[in-house]
Design a protein around this ligand. Structure first.
Ligand code: GLV
Length: 322
């Protein structure tokens, strides 16, 4: 008999076919995530779960799935899963690291360029019919080339962004709980600094940390107050690392130049959120890893993890291993 699994969204065809050939799969086909009730109901009798970062897999849900052997998250981040509870119950958890590194770093760089040069604001203005002539003082932004980039979290994606920044002759400083080896710092041309120094000297600050208790609201009023008036804040990691209300106030009072978020808290932002009224704010719908190739590779890895877990093998990409 094929093992029963629940898949919480439609995946690229090849990945789905692999699942269907090995498993008895129930697939949630909605555009929005399954509701809590749907999840609880569908997880009851399954051995495998392939879920997304939009599914909250907490202790209650896990205890509702006595046969569960493996949870495969289609994301590199896994803050949506109670890893401790899963481990306690001997359930393996997998994620999709590596394959989305360059794609996500590309996107962080794109957000940086877009905010610095007011690209989205300019586009909005043209479409609204405000463009009357070339002007020496219209839409002035800040140069990216030669500026200082502060990276919070120097893991895979942070390092990939640092490599890009070198091509733009940027000075790169970083802050992380763990300092990189000297060899790696030399190779990337990056300098380790305290968070305070990073905040007060960077022209651009890009967040690439995991969401944990320690990083929740890591960027709040106090930190925003330390930033330079020309600073642009970028977040492609997790929304809750930034306190959105404090960010709104800093942007509204022009304490910093701009912010571009691919991730927000909550997701999506409600349409009446004050951030959405600001011109110096860019937002995208959590799409930093969304290239066709990368999403295919992520799905492939998620299926590799799922199938390995069902067979009782070690997962090729266990969450929290690097
Ligand atoms: C996306 O945010 C991911 O964690 O893969």
């Amino acid at each position: 008999m094929k093992p029963k699994v629940y898949v919480t969204r439609l995946l690229p065809e090849e990945a789905l076919n692999r699942i269907l050939s090995y498993c008895d799969a129930r697939i949630w086909k909605g555009d929005l995530p399954p509701s809590r009730t749907e999840l609880l109901e569908n997880i009851k009798d399954v051995e495998g779960l392939l879920c997304l970062l939009t599914d909250k897999i907490d202790a209650e849900l896990i205890s509702n799935a006595p046969k569960l052997k493996v949870i495969s998250n289609l994301a590199v981040g896994f803050d949506n899963i109670d890893l401790v509870e899963a481990r306690k119950r001997g359930i393996q958890v997998g994620n999709t690291p590596g394959v989305l590194t360059e794609t996500t770093a590309d996107f962080a760089f794109a957000l940086m360029m877009a905010s610095a040069r007011r690209l989205v604001e300019g586009d909005r203005s043209v479409r609204a019919g405000y463009w009357k002539t070339w002007g020496p003082l219209i839409f002035l932004g800040h140069d990216v080339f030669g500026s200082t980039l502060g990276i919070i979290g120097m893991g895979r994606i942070g390092s990939a962004l640092a490599r890009r920044a070198k091509g733009f002759n940027m000075k790169v400083v970083y802050y992380d709980l763990y300092r990189q080896e000297e060899k790696m710092e030399k190779e990337l041309g990056i300098e380790y600094v305290t968070l305070e120094r990073l905040l007060s000297t960077s022209d651009f600050i890009s967040i690439h940390a995991n969401l944990t208790k320690e990083t929740t609201h890591l960027i709040s009023k106090k930190e925003l107050d330390m930033m330079k008036p020309n600073c642009v804040l970028l977040n492609t990691a997790r929304g809750a690392i930034v306190d959105n209300i404090a960010l709104y106030e800093a942007l509204e009072e022009k304490k910093i130049f701009g912010a571009a978020l691919d991730v927000t808290d909550p997701e999506p932002l409600p349409m009446d959120h004050p951030l959405l009224t600001l011109e110096n704010f860019v937002v995208t719908p959590h799409i930093a890893s969304a290239s066709i190739k990368t999403r295919e590779k992520m799905a492939e890895i998620a299926v590799d993890n799922l199938l390995a877990g069902l067979k009782g093998e070690k997962l090729p990409y266990p969450a929290g291993s690097s």
